[in-house]
Write a protein that binds this ligand. Structure first.
Ligand code: ZN
Length: 603
């Protein structure tokens, strides 16, 4: 069979001030009945129909004879009139979304996920691709560099990919970024940081090197990507997000999350950044290569349903912070604090009694990425509860003594990741059961398919860690630490924004019982003008059973509700080393958390 001629793409920053890329796609042999083109409707790793085609503002086509007619057939497909090749389609794409999922262009920066800008000629999904990126003219762009893990080809900013799937899985960053470099697993890792920020790059390099090496070691010592790995980091005033790719990760982070030169201890924000980087790196194995069967191959034209996102996101969320402590980037007490906060977050979600993490996975397309005022009451995050179920599964396996979740991940890597075989819907249960030497159907039934809370207090106890529950001490108390005060505190059962609007009213709580609703603007408590401080004082001073008249607006109508306060629930978790732990429990803890934990245990 003759080699298929490549699909040739050309991208230029056509008008940065209008945020327009011009993207050309040329093929030699258009289909005889008119070549069709398709744009993805979603981006792998982010399970929402994003309708990327809505940012295509102009599409035309031409061949050697001149213009060729092209028209839309559906929301995400176009068809050119039958014509002789080569045929080039030229699109103008509006790119001004500061997100790791789509595309962005202005005079300071260009960024794109291929799926947001590259039309795929239908029938040529498996054809090789070339990409040439034009260097923008003008002094403003003189400092721009290009950071991507696409395979370089001959020529400046010229790349190639084996097929369309590969082309769109290497996002491209164009800007005057700062560049860091480190080695892990024998391969070069690059960090490209865009945006205005003063950063201690050596520290970021050192910490990321330990994290990446820790994960490479977990999976057997060899990185899964063929050449280098790239962290693309966009720094903004306020923001947090990441998206995984096969050899890179795009991160959006706040300026204060990166360490200043000569700064002392790691701040909470920096630990948060490292956790995000660790999370996306773990995905290089778990979801980029160990994939649900439903994603092999990806169908980017419509939703791809799986009940396993809890495993791909939840297990990854469990390992992101666990890697930080195992690689010595954070201390064991800091890890226990993070875990306490993660447990608190789930305990404060009444919807965990309503929706299972298997159902949350299936409904990601309509729920997870579209949270609303009722989300905490009606659902649970497959990330947040998924991470706790992963923890419970790991500790359950460790207690049984034959295997750990690390072994499950290595087996998944061998049988599915390396082998390139999708993971069937019941595979993690059967694999974990095999390794444990006993049927884990009851565990998966309760905590994955149904809505029970995993028995974390008991499991952590058997690993030398005490799980304590207490009431929240204030609106900003996220848990993870012992209480700062012993004073009893009341609970309104609602989340108040700084604009005095109720963001969430929790199911079964005092606010709901009194008739308050999300969206209501509070005006006065007990006849005194409402303020967050005033509410805090009220909850600290009044006893359980106290009646508080609350004036509030719903739409433009003034209403009065009488709230009967109750004592704040014990929904705030913190963890500590258990002084009474048996030697067996101490040994299990050391094996779970690594040598640092063993040292801390004897200190
Ligand atoms: Zn993730």
């Amino acid at each position: 069979m003759p080699a298929i001629a490549p699909t040739r793409y050309h991208l230029s920053a056509f008008d940065p001030n209008a945020h327009l890329f011009e993207v050309r796609c040329a093929i030699d042999d258009p289909a005889s009945d008119g070549q069709r083109y398709r744009l993805p409707t979603w981006v792998p790793g982010s399970y929402l129909i994003r309708e990327l085609a809505r940012h295509f503002v102009e599409v035309r086509a031409e061949n050697a004879a001149g213009a060729v007619a092209i028209a839309k057939e559906t929301k995400d497909t176009w068809r050119a009139a039958p014509c002789a090749g080569p045929l080039t389609v030229i699109a103008k794409v509006y790119a001004f979304e500061l997100s790791v999922r789509t595309a962005y262009l202005d005079a300071t920066r260009g960024y794109f996920n291929g799926g947001a800008v590259f039309l795929c000629p239908v029938g040529r999904e498996d054809a090789p691709c070339t990409l040439q990126i034009a260097q923008p003219d003008g002094p403003v762009y003189g400092e721009w560099r290009c950071a991507t893990t696409l395979t370089p080809a001959e020529g400046v900013w010229t790349f190639r990919a084996a097929d369309y799937d590969e082309l769109i899985d290497h996002p491209v960053e164009l800007s005057a970024f700062q560049l860091g470099e480190f080695h892990a697993g024998g391969l070069t890792h690059l960090i490209a940081i865009s945006g205005r920020v003063d950063v201690d790059m050596m520290r970021v390099e050192r910490d990321l090197a330990r994290i990446c090496q820790g994960q490479i070691d977990l999976f057997g010592g060899t990185p899964p990507f063929p050449r280098n790995y790239l962290f693309q980091v966009m720094v903004v005033g306020d923001g947090h997000g990441g998206l995984e790719h096969r050899s890179s990760a795009s991160l959006l982070t706040s300026r204060k999350s990166l360490p200043l030169p000569d700064s002392a201890d790691a701040t909470d924000d920096y630990v948060n950044f490292l956790g995000l980087a660790s999370h996306e790196y773990f995905h290089a194995w778990n979801v980029k290569r160990i994939k649900p069967q439903a994603f092999t191959p990806y169908d980017l034209s419509r939703e791809s349903y799986t009940r396993q996102l809890w495993a791909f996101e939840g297990i990854t969320s469990y390992y992101d912070d666990l890697t930080l402590v195992r690689s010595g980037v954070i201390s064991t007490p800091k890890y226990l604090e993070l875990l306490g906060r993660a447990i608190t977050n789930v305990l404060r979600t009444p919807g965990r009694h309503v929706q299972s993490i298997a159902d949350a996975s299936f409904d990601a397309w309509i729920k997870h990425y579209r949270p609303d005022e009722n989300s905490p009451n009606a659902g649970v995050s497959y990330y947040a509860k998924g991470a706790l179920v992963a923890l419970a599964l790991d500790l359950t396996l460790r207690l049984a003594g034959r295997a750990t979740l690390d072994d499950v991940m290595r087996a998944l890597w061998r049988h599915h990741g390396e082998a390139g075989v999708g993971v069937p819907e019941d595979r993690i249960l059967t694999l974990a059961s095999e390794l444990a030497g006993r049927d884990l159907g009851d565990f998966f039934g309760r905590y994955v398919d149904r809505t029970e809370d995993p028995p974390l207090a008991e499991l952590l106890g058997s690993h030398g860690v005490a799980l304590e529950l207490r009431a929240a001490t204030g609106a900003n108390d996220r848990g993870g630490k012992p209480a700062t005060t012993n004073k009893a505190r009341m609970w309104l059962g609602a989340k108040l924004g700084t604009d005095l609007k109720l963001q969430h009213v929790f199911a079964g709580g005092p606010a709901e019982r009194a008739g308050l609703a999300a969206g209501d603007t509070l005006v006065a408590f007990d006849g005194v003008r409402a303020s967050p401080e005033g509410l805090n004082m009220l909850l600290e001073r009044l006893p359980a059973g106290a009646h508080v008249p609350i004036h509030h607006f719903r739409r433009d109508e003034l209403m009065l509700s009488n709230v009967v306060l109750v004592a704040a629930p014990l929904d705030t978790a913190w963890l500590a080393f258990d002084d009474q732990a048996t030697d067996a429990a101490l040994a299990r803890r050391a094996a779970w958390l690594g040598t640092d934990a063993a040292m801390a245990a004897t200190a």
